[in-house]
Unconditional design. Structure first.
Lengths: 302, 260
């Protein structure tokens, strides 16, 4: 049985169909990434799955409960890390956890013994009485993650869990998420950091304009949609070189002042580039971002 | 869409919201009560003794006693209003507290009902403090005057609901000054807080009788003096209608604002 099963999900705002027929099957214990540019419908999909918004069509089953009809029962077994900080500034770190636990109908005697462990998990063990406002962005995000665990959830929804964090804070969140996945919890995260999705997610779906356009493991998607190697080239004389490169690479793409060559084997291209001292180049393995940009295009989505 | 127009489901879950607000208030209870009471008390003593010396008796009692009953009702009104406007708006819009609560197994009905009950509780606290001051100065005939307390609760619920309606439509804090200056200030003038309404022209009296504060004052004033108010069931019914009607509208408008 799926932890989350979605069929034909639709949501329309005015003339715009923000979610236009989404199907999802997420297995228990899976870490699933929902990727997509801004406005692709990721957050709306999450809100629909939580039963916060009524869909215009489709079926949602979350941990065995129909949503939105039985959303309250479903949410009792779910933890949510929202995109924007919603910690309670009127309370200390420990009070934030205690007060949040009550929204799950948990008795204080059930919550209190969990709090030290949760604060430890958030790396805030020594700051139980600390106020929220002076905490760093990373600390706040970790506390939000701990808050989402107060009901010992089977499934976690995370909306862009590391947006706005510095590398240290981001890596710490990633470690924590891996820990949670190892405990057998299902994780559904949205992100537009492809690196994050590649590291954490066993399976990802790329969403654009309300639809899921591809789905699979990050490695399989890279294999399927882009060649193994990418050579990025820029510098004077790019134009002439790019014409010649077209013979050596199956896909050559020009974006502004950079040429991207997608190839299985880059030796011939690199040999040629060594003879062009004016041109700067970078050889790297293809990644999920290449797939993402190929499928959703390079246009800005503001 | 039917969900948008249903009467809010009242579940005991809303107590978690009430309790959250109570815990915050407990940290700042003394300054909060003083803040709520300073204004009506200064007005009461200034006008009550100052104007009272000029006016003499009003409605068979001293002007101070007359004014005390009016300010008891209006202090309750303002306490419910401040909590359901500024404080609720901070929690809904600025701090995203409501959003966080909705991610737990709580409904928006729980949140609105919890905020409604909480704002009425704060109004009750303010009303009780005013009551204590009035009683300490000997202007409440105890124990009969204690019958005013349920009326304070009802006034609190009515203005808590109305505040939450305004909150659900607000674009920012500035929005609230329209409600306060264009609605509540004239209401205070027309509801018999400062002077008896029966001296006003008939059409204005009719308008006054449509206002919830008028009915609150009409109940509290005789009750403080130890008398049973005339037409009490009517006054209670109007207050109850305002309380439940505004709770309903607040739920509908807040759903439209947040659940889309």
């Amino acid at each position: 049985m799926s932890a989350l099963r979605v069929r034909g999900l639709r949501k329309r705002y005015g003339d715009l169909e923000v979610v236009a027929g989404v199907d999802l099957d997420i297995a228990p214990g899976e870490c699933f990434g929902l990727l997509g540019p801004n406005g692709a419908g990721k957050t709306t999909t999450l809100r629909l799955c939580l039963g916060l918004v009524d869909p215009d069509g489709g079926d949602i089953d979350l941990l065995g409960h129909r949503v939105p009809e039985r959303a309250r029962e479903a949410r009792a077994k779910v933890g949510v890390v929202p995109q924007f900080d919603s910690l309670d500034p009127d309370f200390s770190t420990a009070e934030n956890l205690a007060v949040y636990g009550r929204y799950f109908g948990l008795a204080d005697a059930q919550i209190a013994p969990r709090i030290p462990g949760l604060l430890e998990f958030a790396g805030l063990g020594a700051r139980a009485r600390a106020p929220i406002r002076p905490l760093s962005g990373g600390m706040k995000r970790r506390l939000t993650l701990a808050r989402a665990l107060v009901n010992d959830p089977q499934l976690l929804f995370m909306d862009e869990p590391t947006t706005g964090l510095d590398p240290q804070a981001r890596h710490l969140i990633w470690e924590r998420l891996k820990q949670l996945a190892q405990q057998g919890r299902t994780i559904v995260l949205t992100t537009h950091f492809m690196e994050e999705a590649e590291r954490l997610c066993g399976r990802v779906a790329i969403m654009d304009r309300g639809r899921i356009i591809v789905e699979g493991s990050p490695r399989a998607l890279i294999r399927e949609h882009v060649a193994a190697q990418v050579v990025e080239v820029h510098g004077p004389g790019l134009e002439a070189w790019a014409e010649r490169a077209r013979g050596l690479a199956p896909r050559v793409e020009r974006v502004g002042e950079t040429v991207f060559c997608y190839v299985q084997e880059a030796d011939a291209l690199i040999a040629g580039l060594r003879a062009e001292p004016e041109l700067a180049y970078l050889l790297r393995p293809a990644n999920l971002e290449d797939v993402f940009l190929k499928l959703t295009g390079r246009d800005l989505r503001d | 869409m039917t969900r948008f127009y249903a009467f809010p489901e009242l579940s005991p879950r809303c107590l978690a919201v009430w309790r959250r607000n109570f815990l915050v208030w407990r940290k700042l209870a003394v300054p909060s009560i003083l803040g709520n009471l300073a204004d009506p008390l200064i007005m009461l003593f200034g006008l009550g003794y100052g104007l009272g010396a000029v006016l003499g008796k009003m409605g068979g009692s001293s002007y101070f006693a007359f004014l005390a009953a009016g300010f008891l009702a209006s202090a309750t009104m303002y306490a419910a209003t401040f909590e359901s406007l500024f404080s609720a708006f901070s929690r809904m819009h600025v701090q995203k507290t409501w959003e966080a609560i909705l991610n737990a197994p709580m409904t928006l009905d729980d949140v609105v009902a919890g905020e409604w009950a909480w704002a009425a509780t704060k109004a009750l606290a303010a009303g009780l403090c005013m009551f204590a001051v009035v009683a300490a100065f000997g202007y409440a005939s105890l124990p009969a005057a204690l019958a005013a307390i349920p009326v304070i609760v009802l006034v609190g619920l009515a203005f808590a609901g109305m505040g939450l309606v305004v909150n659900s439509l607000a674009t920012g804090y500035d929005f609230f000054s329209y409600y306060m200056t264009l609605l509540l200030t004239p209401m205070m003038m027309l509801s018999g807080v400062f002077f008896p309404v029966d001296r006003l022209p008939a059409p204005i009296q009719a308008l006054a009788q449509a206002l919830p504060l008028y009915h609150g004052v009409a109940l509290v004033r005789p009750l403080l003096g130890g008398a049973w108010p005339p037409a009490a069931p009517l006054h209670l019914a109007v207050l109850a209608a305002y309380a439940l009607g505004s709770l309903y509208l607040a739920a509908v408008f807040t759903r439209r604002r947040l659940l889309r």
